[in-house]
Design a protein around this ligand. Structure first.
Ligand SMILES: [Zn+2]
Length: 419
């Protein structure tokens, strides 16, 4: 019996842009030029290859690297080896997908169609693919973490972010997608079958672990939530120093539900008054927190006068519960104020989950699938009539992508061969 456990093999595949297929086939006969092109490509990206832990020599492949040719379908693939640590890197040309016979043009179109909301079945029908092949493709990209891909685009780890959870279904089970968003990019899209704080902590921990791996000194300063108990608790546990705020827009939509058995115009008038109150509190700079406490008390009295004692008392208790979260938003000018962008992200993902029935597949890898969808959300450029036409979410947030082709970017950025 084998005594030593088999060590897991690292995926050291990298996708390299050779611009066109002819160049690639020409270079196959010229080892020196081939290695030089690969090195130039890596230099332009600024990524470091993932050598073995013990290797400090050179940090890069030299022309003395060994190379082996293997065949993938009808294409010859090169493997380059570091002469110091013997780590082997598989160099995939841009027109080949790892382990897949599918052509990148087909994959690109099919993923774009799914991203746009076309169902798995229809995408498969127009591209002569099986729906399952498309599902597996999304999962394959989803093996690489969002944090890794976004930091490869040069985005700083989010010091202030939005956190929320989407409630959805997998077959008949209720499931939850704990999510972290900053601006137009998703930093975390988790999957839990349980709404408990423990389950949410486990999910958010994946994000924290990946972030600390990138920057051991990473600290979160402020988080905005909609106030769901498990989300708040899990974030408190993981980021004890962070300020936890409650979404102000959410407060506004919640108020009418606190006012029961009154005429609609009265409810509407109180909502407008509350809107003005929050709006003014935000505009006051130095004194705004003090002003908020006083104004909330006055407002609760107004509610009691206009809508009866019971409603006034209910609103007062609600304020007691929530006001710490509102103070947190108002105290720090860098705190995010509303979770609108997060709701947009959730709605986009929800449409995709609905369109891709493959999600409802108990034997599937839900986490990898969701992460794959999140990569698409971050890297597919907005359509030409959109506000940020031609740019993807990662670029809108100030990141840089390796090439003009979003699908090639997805291939390069999710490569396993980089540190
Ligand atoms: Zn090495």
């Amino acid at each position: 019996m084998r005594k030593t456990a088999k060590r897991p093999r690292h995926n050291r595949t990298i996708t390299v842009d050779f611009h066109d297929e002819a160049t690639y086939f020409q270079l196959l006969d010229d080892g020196k030029a081939f290695v030089e092109l690969v090195l130039a490509f890596l230099l332009a990206l600024g990524f470091q290859l993932r050598h073995k832990a013990t290797c400090h020599g050179g940090g890069c492949l030299t022309r003395h690297s060994h190379y082996v040719r293997v065949r993938l379908g009808k294409v010859t693939i090169w493997r380059l080896q570091c002469t110091t640590c013997r780590a082997v890197f598989t160099i995939l040309p841009h027109f080949v997908l790892r382990y897949r016979p599918m052509r990148p043009e087909v994959a690109r179109d099919a993923l774009l169609a799914t991203h746009g909301g076309l169902s798995l079945e229809l995408c498969a029908a127009i591209h002569h693919l099986s729906p399952m092949a498309l599902y597996r493709l999304v999962c394959a990209f989803g093996r690489q973490s969002l944090v890794t891909v976004l930091t490869r685009c040069g985005l700083p780890l989010p010091v202030y972010f939005l956190a929320d959870e989407k409630h959805t279904h997998c077959l008949t089970d209720r499931v939850y997608l704990p999510t972290i968003v900053r601006g137009r990019v998703l930093w975390h899209l988790g999957y839990t079958e349980d709404a408990s704080a423990v389950a949410f902590t486990k999910s958010h921990q994946e994000f924290q672990r990946a972030a600390l791996q990138q920057a051991p000194t990473y600290r979160v300063r402020g988080i905005l939530t909609d106030g769901f108990d498990s989300t708040t608790k899990s974030l408190c546990t993981l980021f004890p120093g962070a300020r936890l705020g409650n979404c102000l827009r959410h407060a506004l939509t919640k108020l009418p539900k606190k006012l029961v058995a009154i005429a609609s115009p009265v409810r509407q008038a109180l909502r407008t008054q509350f809107h003005t109150l929050l709006h003014r509190a935000r505009q006051r700079k130095g004194l705004r927190v003090f002003a908020l406490g006083q104004r909330l008390r006055h407002f609760a009295n107004d509610v009691a006068r206009a809508a009866g004692k019971a409603n006034g008392e209910r609103v007062r208790r609600w304020f007691q519960d929530k006001k710490a979260g509102w103070y947190a938003v108002l105290e720090d000018p860098q705190m995010l104020v509303t979770s609108t962008l997060l709701d947009q992200a959730h709605n986009a993902i929800k449409r995709k989950l609905f369109a891709m029935k493959g999600f409802h597949h108990p034997g599937g890898s839900q986490q990898a699938f969701l992460t794959g969808l999140a990569h698409l959300y971050n890297l597919v450029p907005y359509q030409r009539r959109a506000k940020h036409a031609g740019q993807c979410g990662a670029e809108v947030e100030g990141g840089k992508v390796p090439t003009q082709d979003w699908f090639l970017n997805l291939q390069i950025l999710t490569s396993g061969g980089f540190r």
